[in-house]
Design a protein around this ligand. Structure first.
Ligand SMILES: *Cc1c(COP(=O)(O)O)cnc(C)c1O
Length: 370
């Protein structure tokens, strides 16, 4: 759009944007909120183990139409771009994504009949590529995950399109004070529980957007809840947090969806009360364990989350402190059948979950963390 567009052209553009926003809002209105599941800890604990009563909850983000917590982000990024006047009826939408964000964005692009190109590392799972292409999206591959940003910018220039830029815009596109964001939804759903204000909320960071929204909301509502961010090996987030500097470089994460080679602009360390590194083998072991307990497969970043939540629960138990912990079920394991749920693939990556599995079994037996 230029300053020379006539009033009639601008009116037409506004009508298109109005309708686009109506379509996104109508889709949200037809959709239900995601469940907050109670994780079945050993029943003795909830009845009081030496008087201690701890509870664990999983916010089940798999039930969004596009199957992951990225559905929320994709909706927010499209609304942000539309309301800023950055996207019109012929705009090609570009994104740099490790997969899940592009799956959700392809859904919204198809809804608005906009061409969509996802720039992704070539290691992205075949299942995610199929999901993007089945919604009419195009996949454009780069060799290393660190190359996605520059390539997405280049494609946006070349096509005259709009780069949604999840890693920059995640924290600012989300309504952190409410509007049924993930934090508000969790607190609403906890309202009638035994311990409605959780001691901890545990999340991973990919863009950092979810932790930014939750951390801001906790402060805004003056809740006593603390925010713990779990990070995989090789990620730049934990060393950056520990050093108090954004000038840190990591390398490619082996846990899809979380951990980044660079400190993303949407990662806000000031709202995080604690960070924890979870070994990749422990994330995988916990994803397998939770899948067996729930009778349905969960993705690897959910394993990272639950490992962190168990660590905190064990600390509460050993301190004789009752209360609740909330974490996220980010996406389902069906997307990872030929990776994290394939023993040959795990061996090829040098990921051996067996030692961590013993830690998990001992925790569920005794409440102690080895
Ligand atoms: C993106 C993602 C996360 C992390 O969420 P952010 O809000 O981007 O930090 C965790 N798990 C999965 C599966 C994801 O796709």
């Amino acid at each position: 759009m230029t300053g020379h567009d006539s009033i009639a052209v601008r009116r037409h553009q506004r009508e298109w944007v109005d309708n686009a926003i109506r379509l996104i809002e109508a889709d949200a209105r037809r959709s239900a909120d995601t469940h907050l599941l109670r994780y079945p800890l050993p029943s003795a604990w909830c009845d009081g183990m030496d008087g201690v009563n701890v509870q664990l909850y999983l916010k089940d983000e798999t039930t969004h139409i596009t199957g992951s917590l990225k559905h929320r982000l994709a909706r927010s990024l499209f609304l942000y771009a539309l309301c800023n006047g950055w996207v019109g009826e012929n705009t090609t939408i570009i994104e740099a994504s490790s997969g899940s964000t592009a799956v959700s964005e392809a859904y919204f692009a198809a809804m608005l009949r906009l061409p969509f190109i996802a720039v992704m590392p070539s290691s992205t799972s075949a299942a995610k590529i199929r999901l993007i292409e089945s919604q009419g999206g195009r996949c454009h591959f780069v060799a290393q995950s660190g190359e996605v940003y520059a390539e997405a910018e280049r494609l946006a220039k070349e096509t005259g399109g709009h780069y949604l830029d999840q890693f920059t815009n995640a924290e600012r596109a989300t309504d952190w004070r409410g509007n049924n964001n993930i934090a508000e939804s969790i607190f609403d759903q906890m309202h009638d529980e035994r311990f409605p204000i959780p001691d901890w909320i545990v999340v991973g960071a990919g863009t950092g957007g979810t932790s930014a929204t939750i951390g801001r909301y906790l402060r805004y509502r003056r809740h006593a809840t603390q925010l713990c961010v779990v990070d995989p090996q090789n990620s730049a987030f934990f060393p950056s947090y520990a050093k108090g500097s954004r000038d840190v470089v990591g390398s490619s994460s082996r846990i899809e969806g979380i951990g980044r080679p660079r400190v993303e602009p949407s990662f806000l360390p000031g709202v995080i009360d604690r960070m924890m590194v979870v070994p990749d083998a422990a994330s995988v072991a916990t994803a397998h364990h939770v899948s067996a307990v729930l009778g349905r497969k969960v993705g690897p970043s959910t394993g990272t989350n639950v490992w962190g939540a168990f660590t905190l629960l064990a600390e509460m138990i050993s301190a004789g402190r009752s209360g609740s912990v909330v974490t996220l079920l980010c996406d389902a394991g069906e997307r990872y059948g030929d990776t994290y749920f394939d023993s040959e693939w795990l061996a090829s990556q040098g990921l051996d979950p067996s030692e961590s599995t013993s830690v998990l079994h001992e925790f569920e037996r005794s409440g102690r963390w080895a």
